[in-house]
Design a protein. Structure first.
Length: 466
């Protein structure tokens, strides 16, 4: 890791406090091995940033990280003499220090950084882009849910000398957050998947979402590239900031200079075949191994980025074929009793409907287990009802709704008619019913969509059914 203790001091503007024991003090020219917030992840020669959380104060672990070989602890309160085990860097706010260090380190890197945002599909698009770019480059990508003001700098600080490109997911819930994320990540390529009804408590409406998401342009590279979903009505209104190039991708945007798909042939839950057209005018037959038309859209986004980063059509084709899902994101799981669609990481009205569309591709009995969607603001009840009606009209064979907000989903689906609808106040009530199986809620050999906002903990339901 090409980052020295002296550079960390420079980045944060903090004050170095050396130990009072007889151990040698840290060399400011020493290149650190890592920068972490979790004391369990400290490595020999690493830096520990002691943050204060709701339950845990990282300052309590400083002595232990020095015992593990840490060369520096970044703290926001001055240690007492009894706590002096190594070298401290005193700052006003350790979380701000993390962001300052991440931003500083990013400026030292000479590899392309691809920033991805949008209301729906950020993670799956990230997987597509990273998978395709891996045909040519050694790629680092965001892991897990590291897409916020803590996760983004930690992701940047994972970039090492061997990496040749980085794909960074960037998630927000309010104005100003993307501005700060862009300041850290400084993307060379910015990708926006769509503008949907997310985080409306703060952003109010889709126009607000558009304004917040396009803050990603604020600190882009001077000659940066922008990839936007041309099928999205809001993104279609965007013009490139001065010096930037803009290119659309999609399924319906087919004018010259765009990246798009034609001749899409669904293979049900096992993916799609499509002809991918590049901005250059070249095209190839693509195999997208993940189900749903939205995955074909993700493939066009990946091809858009890959073409700008000089991959050949053959490399893009090969990369798309290898893309795989991750837990909680449209992951197909076959058990002895069911085919599960594990999409329980997060949910909003757009992704709920996409999940229902995916479920309806199954050629078995189709059961949707849907839970609460959070952070929808004053329209939450209506948006839950909208999903309930959609499920009832789309062709789902049975709908199971879980959670306080989902009562509205259940009621609307019953009013729409046509399918059995069952409501449970909590996940615990559902799991108890499933274990007794008194009502035959999940017919054997059925396909089951499991989807809700992350806070509903539907991953426990996936584990139960597995």
């Amino acid at each position: 890791m090409k980052l020295t203790i002296g550079q960390i001091v420079e980045a944060t503007g903090g004050r170095v406090i050396y130990e009072v024991t007889k151990k040698p003090v840290a060399d400011l020219e020493f290149e650190v091995s890592s920068v972490v917030l979790d004391s369990r992840q400290v490595t020999e020669g690493g830096v520990f940033i002691a943050t204060v959380g709701e339950r845990v104060d990282g300052h309590s672990f400083v002595a232990s990280v020095f015992e593990k070989g840490a060369v520096l602890a970044v703290v926001q309160r001055e240690p007492s003499e009894t706590e002096h085990w190594g070298t401290y860097l005193l700052v006003e706010d350790t979380l701000k220090a993390l962001k300052d260090i991440g931003e500083y380190y990013r400026k030292t890197l000479r590899i392309p950084v691809i920033g991805i945002t949008g209301s729906v599909g950020k993670t799956s698009t990230k997987e597509f882009i990273a998978g395709v770019l891996s045909e040519k480059y050694n790629v680092l990508k965001t892991q897990g849910n590291y897409n916020n003001e803590i996760g983004v700098p930690l992701t940047l600080l994972q970039i090492r000398e061997e990496h040749e490109a980085a794909v960074v997911e960037m998630g927000i819930s309010d104005f100003g957050e993307m501005h700060r994320l862009s300041k850290m990540a400084r993307p060379d390529v910015a990708v926006i998947t769509n503008i949907g009804q997310c985080h409306l408590e703060n952003l109010k409406d889709r126009n607000g979402v558009l304004r917040a998401k396009t803050e990603i342009f604020d600190f882009m590279a001077p000659e940066g590239k922008i990839c936007l979903n041309g099928d999205d009505d809001k993104l279609r209104t965007v013009t490139a900031p001065q010096g930037k190039e803009l290119r659309f991708f999609g399924l319906n945007s087919r004018e010259a200079g765009t990246v798009y798909a034609t001749d899409v042939k669904s293979k049900g839950l096992w993916g799609s075949d499509a002809k991918l057209h590049l901005a250059s005018g070249e095209y190839f037959d693509g195999e997208i191994p993940l189900p749903g038309i939205h995955m074909v859209l993700n493939a066009t986004a990946a091809a858009c980025v890959a073409e700008w980063l000089m991959l050949t059509p053959a490399q893009i084709q090969a990369g798309l074929k290898k893309v795989a899902t991750i837990a909680g994101r449209n992951r197909l799981i076959r058990t002895e009793a069911y085919t599960l669609i594990d999409d329980c990481y997060n949910a909003n009205p757009v992704s709920m409907k996409a999940g229902i569309d995916l479920l309806c591709m199954a050629d078995t009995v189709k059961v949707a287990v849907l839970g609460d969607m959070f952070e929808l603001g004053e329209n939450s009840d209506a948006l839950h009802r909208e999903v309930g009606v959609y499920a009832a009209k789309k062709g789902v064979d049975r709908l199971i709704c879980v959670g306080a907000n989902s009562r509205h989903m259940s009621e609307a689906a019953k009013e729409a008619g046509g399918i059995p609808v069952t409501y449970f106040e909590s996940l615990e009530a559902l799991t108890e019913a499933l274990q007794k199986d008194e009502e035959g809620l999940l017919p054997r050999e059925s396909t089951v969509l499991i989807k809700a906002s992350h806070g509903m903990h539907f991953s426990e339901l996936v584990d139960l059914l597995k």
